[in-house]
Design a protein around this ligand. Structure first.
Ligand code: BES
Ligand code: MN
Ligand code: ZN
Length: 589
């Protein structure tokens, strides 16, 4: 991302103020001539900077996408990302005294009860109704607003300090459900977008809740609003700037702990937005090379904690990555790029982790072409959703800077295409751990690229690995579009990821690693085949991956084929970034 959002914390009179400012990053060089390119703290002398021909990038454009524009099929050059720039504060101002565009009040059905005089029993609603001369009461009655989750209404007020009041249905009985509060924030974002508001305050009619819970609720709401107002219009000629600049939490408390947690939430949102934009980008623009450049951009924006290495085809051949290179072989115009980002904070490291993302910038299926209705070939730009989440998490973690934990982010990026140079059904590939694979289906390519990425990650001396992949349609059949499948032999790691996803408001479901199903993966001629047929397709895929992980490394595989994409929004979701960041933070000391 050429634009980064910088969060700075200004603490004044017990309130937190988070400010996002857009910065342009330096352009990164073409790395083609180098077999291994390293960007480390101030190691620019190792890099050959080549100037781009023709037009210079506008300062806020994303470097790699921008650079790709003249060689890109279709001559598409995305515009700069329009990122939310929201200043968040938390204060104890009484709702009726707040001044701004929208006062959003979370209301449950219980809050709407009236006393014998016909006024609200709830003190906040009663006060607001008085200030607003009964408008609240009449609108609630006229519109039959019942405080149901997902329902909201907002009113233009001609005579008060706030221009509009929004009532948003909320279920206060589940203070712990991050996903519910994020959804609540999303409803507020919808109102903000409709009213094109510049400022919004959030409060709840009933704030009787522990301080700790209020803190996590406000974080979830902040995430819901920030992500909800973000619209990806880089590829449209008519663009809408996000209007929201100010978000105030009223009655959620204040102080340094709340301030700190809201900052972390903002950084996670920045990561999620990066992931969404990477996954949304079309495959003619987001090539393996463009993805590698995104990694390099991150490296240059977080020089003190990130090191980035891009291994080209030749280097991967030296490392004997035959499975990965087999998949990449058809694409002569967009060669593979193996991406390795290392996060290393100063001081003692207590645990070493790896996050590995499937990075197919396009999956045609290869000779086993994705044909016919339902094959979703036109959506196979999202086949780098694991890689997108990996880079989004890398960005968030570099910004948060957790101590005591080293993280390796690994992506074997390539395309799965068709050509005379491509791998055939029936070919035998040899992976970097020496194991041989009979390719009985070229469309089961993700596991082939991950095989070498997992072997490489184990060589980094890590204790634990999580891989993320849009690996199988079978996982969507099993769990639907909202839930990712989790496959791991380790109960400990399963528990960590279950806790992390709960905290992040995402959904994972543990699936069995049924060893008996390995029978389906046996080959007469090689060590294994790459597909075992339709039954238990997501399980045999996970068993395949296990062949490439050292026994002494704890490993989990997340099949994110369903949740990577929202059918409803026709857009990527940024799934898994939140879970990954929470998982890494658990290992921080
Ligand atoms: N990228 C696909 C999986 C996929 C399919 C994700 C549909 C999201 C929606 C993967 O590379 C693939 O093609 N898998 C095959 C495996 C099969 C050939 C064993 C599949 O799921 O059909
Ligand atoms: Mn495929
Ligand atoms: Zn795929």
């Amino acid at each position: 991302m050429a634009m980064i959002m910088r969060a700075s914390c200004v603490c004044a009179s017990g309130s937190v103020s988070l400010h996002f400012s857009a910065l342009s990053s330096s352009l990164l060089p073409l790395a083609r001539s180098l077999s291994t390119l390293s960007v480390k703290a101030c190691s620019k002398r190792n890099i050959q900077f080549t100037t781009r021909p023709f037009l210079p990038c506008r300062p806020l454009q994303r470097s790699s996408f921008c650079r790709a524009s003249f060689s890109t099929l279709g001559l598409t050059a995305p515009a700069e990302s329009l990122l939310p720039q929201i200043e968040i504060s938390a204060s104890e101002i009484e709702a009726p005294d707040w001044k701004g565009d929208i006062l959003a009040v979370g209301v449950s059905s219980a809050d709407l009860e009236k006393d014998e005089n016909g006024s609200f029993k709830n003190a906040t609603l009663k006060k607001l109704d008085e200030v607003l001369h009964g408008i609240l009461s009449s609108v609630i009655a006229e519109e039959d607003f019942t405080g149901k989750v997902g329902k909201s209404t907002f009113i233009r007020i001609p005579f008060s300090g706030f221009k509009r009041i929004g009532l948003v249905g909320v279920d206060i009985s589940q203070p712990l459900k991050f996903s519910k509060w994020k959804q609540f924030g999303g409803s507020i974002a919808d109102i903000v977008k409709t009213a094109q508001a510049g400022s919004v305050a959030v409060t709840l009619a009933n704030m009787e809740c522990e301080a700790g819970l209020l803190q996590s609720m406000s974080n979830a709401i902040a995430a819901g609003i920030t992500l909800g107002v973000h619209e990806d219009s880089r590829f449209k000629t008519e663009r809408k700037e996000p209007t929201l600049r100010k978000l105030d939490f009223l009655g959620f408390g204040n102080g340094s702990e709340l301030e700190g947690s809201l900052l972390v939430t903002q950084k996670i949102c920045e990561g999620i937005i990066l992931t969404r934009e990477l996954v949304n980008a079309p495959p003619n623009v987001l090539t393996p090379d463009a993805l590698a450049n995104e990694a390099l951009t991150l490296g240059s924006n977080f020089k003190d904690v990130l090191t980035v290495q891009i291994l080209d085809e030749e280097k991967c051949r030296e490392l004997k990555m035959g499975a990965y290179l087999g998949v990449a072989a058809a694409s002569t115009t967009n060669p593979p790029k193996f991406i390795h980002i290392q996060y290393k904070p100063p001081n003692e490291i207590k645990s070493k982790l790896a996050i590995v993302g499937k990075g197919l910038t396009f999956d045609s299926g290869g000779y086993n072409l994705k044909a016919g209705a339902g094959s979703m070939i036109e959506l196979m730009k999202f086949d780098m959703g694991g890689a997108g989440a990996t880079l989004g998490a890398a960005k968030a973690i570099a910004a948060i800077r957790p101590s005591g934990v080293e993280v390796h982010f690994v992506i074997a990026a390539c395309e799965n295409m068709i050509s005379g140079t491509g791998m055939r059904p029936g070919d035998i590939l040899t992976a970097s751990n020496g194991k041989t694979i009979e390719v009985n289906n070229t469309d089961a390519e993700g596991r082939l690229t991950l095989a070498d990425a997992l072997v490489y990650s184990c060589k980094q001396g890590v204790d634990k690995i999580v891989d993320l992949a849009t690996l199988t349609g079978a996982c969507i059949i099993a769990l639907g579009n909202d839930i990712a499948g989790m496959f791991t032999p380790s109960d400990g790691l399963a528990k960590e990821l279950t806790d992390a996803c709960e905290k992040a408001g995402e959904k994972l479901w543990r699936m069995p690693m049924e060893e008996g199903y390995w029978e389906m993966m046996k080959s007469e001629i090689a060590d294994m085949v790459n597909t075992g047929g339709r039954p238990g397709g997501s399980i045999t895929a996970a068993l395949f991956l296990k062949q490439f992980v050292d026994e002494n490394v704890q490993w989990a595989h997340l099949d994110i084929a369903g949740p990577v994409w929202s059918e409803k929004k026709k857009s990527s979701t940024g799934f898994a970034v939140g879970t990954l960041v929470e998982w890494v933070l658990m290992h921080s000391s």
